[in-house]
Design a protein around this ligand. Structure first.
Ligand SMILES: C[S@@+](CC[C@H](N)C(=O)[O-])C[C@H]1O[C@@H](n2cnc3c(N)ncnc32)[C@H](O)[C@@H]1O
Ligand SMILES: *[C@@H]1O[C@H](CO)[C@@H](O)[C@H](O)[C@H]1NC(C)=O
Ligand SMILES: *[C@@H]1O[C@H](CO)[C@@H](O)[C@H](O)[C@H]1NC(C)=O
Ligand SMILES: *[C@@H]1O[C@H](CO)[C@@H](O)[C@H](O)[C@H]1NC(C)=O
Ligand SMILES: CC(=O)N[C@H]1CO[C@H](CO)[C@@H](O)[C@@H]1O
Length: 291
């Protein structure tokens, strides 16, 4: 019984993870409603037996498990490197867009906590996502990790539901903008980039972590075998969702190559745009500055 419920939660998570919503109001409505629907359903069904905190904890754990299963644990390393490259400093104001359940923001706060803060400068992070349920899970995780206001001297975190293509934030209000595994599913990547540019202060930095394209044909072939032969069956087995996983893999193939994405970032106005391949290009980190 316990296991059945866990598996059902896992299935819903899988579905939600791969059906990250698009932003175009006409095409995305069904996606948003569906994911929210599933999110609420997860809570509704279980809350008879479990307290809300416990439900969220379970969901968060399943979410971690799924990320680990799909990437064989490597997503943790990619995220660590991403934060290393950002090199957080006290006094920063970060917008972590498509921040989901907080993986990037928590790393940012932990990184800051390790830096001496002699001038006691205040740092901040806004975790923003189009899916409120993801944010709710994130809030619960933050509470459990002790990443709350009382435990974080000179740093704070807040959670805002928003669409990356149409941000509810004032212009020039952040010193950094991160988006990890979130831009690929946005309908208008150019709008995401121009909104990122708008909300950053002059001198502010844009950083994106996303699945990308491999730099070696042999390895690309191996990666394709894994992607197309292993991932959809795994999705089917765990979630009964072959197509959602097929979509995940295909959307990675469709996303612009490193050089093209770099040009798009430049077109949005960013300067000093660079990128770095991780794991032979399975993912890449793009970076740019608003001058
Ligand atoms: C794969 S998750 C990544 C979460 C987190 N950044 C991480 O690395 O663990 C993708 C997230 O993008 C969000 N998302 C998709 N489209 C979005 C949009 N247009 N605006 C904001 N968030 C969006 C989804 O809700 C989902 O939480
Ligand atoms: C975003 O994800 C949903 C669900 O998987 C998909 O239907 C939609 O086409 C995606 N949007 C884009 C632009 O990739
Ligand atoms: C990264 O990988 C891409 C795609 O295979 C390749 O074209 C590019 O030269 C690599 N760039 C760097 C900086 O390693
Ligand atoms: C690709 O990687 C394989 C295995 O590591 C290596 O033997 C091969 O020389 C590489 N090919 C190219 C074109 O770099
Ligand atoms: C500006 C600010 O909030 N400063 C605080 C930083 O943390 C120290 C130690 O907890 C506090 O004493 C400061 O008030």
């Amino acid at each position: 019984m316990q296991n059945t419920r866990k598996l059902a939660n896992l299935a819903r998570l899988l579905l939600r993870r791969t059906s990250a919503t698009a932003a175009n109001p006409t095409t995305a409505t069904s996606g948003t409603e569906q994911t929210t629907h599933f999110g609420y359903q997860t809570v509704k069904e279980s809350e008879k037996e479990l307290k809300v905190h416990e439900v969220f904890e379970q969901v968060a754990q399943s979410y971690d498990l799924m990320n680990d299963a799909m990437s064989m644990g490597i997503h943790r390393v990619w995220k660590d490197i991403f934060i290393e490259r950002l090199g957080p400093e006290h006094g920063m104001r970060l917008l972590d867009m498509a921040g989901g359940t907080g993986d990037i923001s928590f790393r940012y706060l932990k990184y800051l906590a390790k830096q001496p803060n002699t001038k006691q400068r205040e740092s901040h992070v806004t975790v923003s996502d189009i899916n409120q349920h993801m944010l709710n899970v994130g809030k619960e995780r933050a509470r459990q990790l002790g990443l709350t206001a009382e435990r974080l001297p000179n740093a704070s975190i807040d959670w805002q539901c928003a669409d990356a293509e149409k941000l509810p934030f004032k212009s020039d209000s952040f010193t950094a903008y991160t988006i990890a595994f979130g831009i690929r599913n946005c309908t208008h990547v150019d709008k995401v980039l121009s909104e990122a540019y708008r909300v950053l202060q002059p001198g502010g930095r844009f950083m994106c972590l996303e699945f990308s394209h491999l730099n070696n044909e042999t390895l690309q072939w191996l990666y394709d075998q894994y992607s197309f032969q292993v991932i959809p069956p795994m999705g089917q087995l765990l979630a009964g969702q072959w197509h959602a996983y097929q979509y995940l893999v295909e959307s990675i193939r469709r996303f612009p190559r490193q050089e093209q994405f770099k040009s798009m970032i430049e077109q949005a106005g960013f300067a000093h745009v660079t990128y770095e391949n991780l794991t032979f290009g399975v993912v890449s980190i793009h970076s740019g500055f608003k001058l």
